[in-house]
Design a protein around this ligand. Structure first.
Ligand SMILES: NC(=O)c1ccc[n+]([C@@H]2O[C@H](COP(=O)([O-])OP(=O)(O)OC[C@H]3O[C@@H](n4cnc5c(N)ncnc54)[C@H](OP(=O)(O)O)[C@@H]3O)[C@@H](O)[C@H]2O)c1
Length: 247
């Protein structure tokens, strides 16, 4: 598996699935860049990465100018990973402002990043975008109306980009990473609001698993899957990406 010569950007690459994806893409040979929201978070990620080279950039997903300036560096691979689970709560218990912020981070900002990246990718004849999806894009969960709506919208954005740009060399994937042992699941467990929040930590997957599959999606071996919403729990995908089968 080689991504040698490819330049990749992972949003929210300072922790969780994003950080594991930075590591997996770099190990596959890509030159990797990632966003984080503070210099301290970039430094912490660099410490975790050790000898693995990756360049951190300060950028909030909702900062259109910072993101556009960064995306003008012309990446071959964009992993739209950054997202928020908040607000967690039933609709009468959450604010419209928090709901709108979730949609901004998880959907509208991804549209802006994708639009900017696409302009460069189309101009040079190709590129890969991986949108990190969720089971919540397709199955509602109590207390997650904003997150589910944002991820459902993202799944449609993925499929729309595929229809519009597949003929111009754009490979776009939606990828649900499974239930993964990250800080997002800490917040979910603390809420106790729905069945996902009751999954014990020991049943969660390590972030390296989805990261390995994301890196595989960035290789030509995944070409035939472009335009689809994929799930790390798919036996065929796991076999192709070199992941062990689930029990
Ligand atoms: N973990 C799971 O079980 C699971 C399941 C299904 C889907 N996913 C998806 O997988 C992706 C990664 O999730 P995770 O579990 O690794 O989450 P996480 O541990 O909560 O990390 C989220 C990342 O997104 C960044 N982020 C949040 N808001 C941002 C903003 N406004 N601008 C820029 N960056 C922002 C965070 O930055 P800070 O460190 O600055 O907050 C962090 O780097 C997300 O798209 C999530 O929806 C996760």
């Amino acid at each position: 598996m080689t991504l040698s010569g490819k330049i990749a950007l992972v949003t929210g690459g300072n922790r969780g699935i994003g950080l594991a994806t930075v590591r997996a893409l770099a190990k596959a040979g890509a030159t990797v860049h990632f966003t984080a929201r503070s210099a301290a978070n970039i430094a912490a990620a660099q410490r975790e990465l050790g000898d693995i080279p990756a360049t951190g950039h300060l950028a909030n997903m909702t900062d259109r100018i910072a993101m556009a300036t960064l995306l003008d560096q012309n990446f071959d691979i964009l992993v739209n990973n950054a997202a928020v689970i908040a607000p967690i709560g039933r609709i009468l218990d959450i604010s419209a402002e928090d709901w709108a912020h979730s949609i901004d981070v998880n959907l509208t900002s991804v549209f802006h990043a994708t639009q900017r990246a696409l302009a460069h990718m189309v101009a040079k004849g190709g590129g890969t975008i991986v949108n990190i999806s969720s089971g919540a894009a397709h199955r509602p969960q109590e207390g997650w109306s904003a997150y589910c709506a944002g991820k459902a919208g993202l799944a449609m954005l993925t499929r729309s980009v595929h229809l519009e740009y597949v003929d111009q060399g754009i490979r776009i994937f939606g990828f649900a990473p499974g239930v993964v042992d990250t800080d997002m699941q800490v917040a979910i467990r603390a809420s106790g609001i729905n069945p996902v929040s009751k999954i014990p930590r020991e049943n969660l997957a390590p972030a390296q698993e989805p990261a390995q599959a994301i890196a595989w999606l960035c290789t030509p071996a995944a070409d035939t899957l472009a335009g689809q919403e994929l799930d790390v729990r798919s036996p065929d995908l796991r076999a192709a990406a070199g992941l062990p089968q689930l029990d």
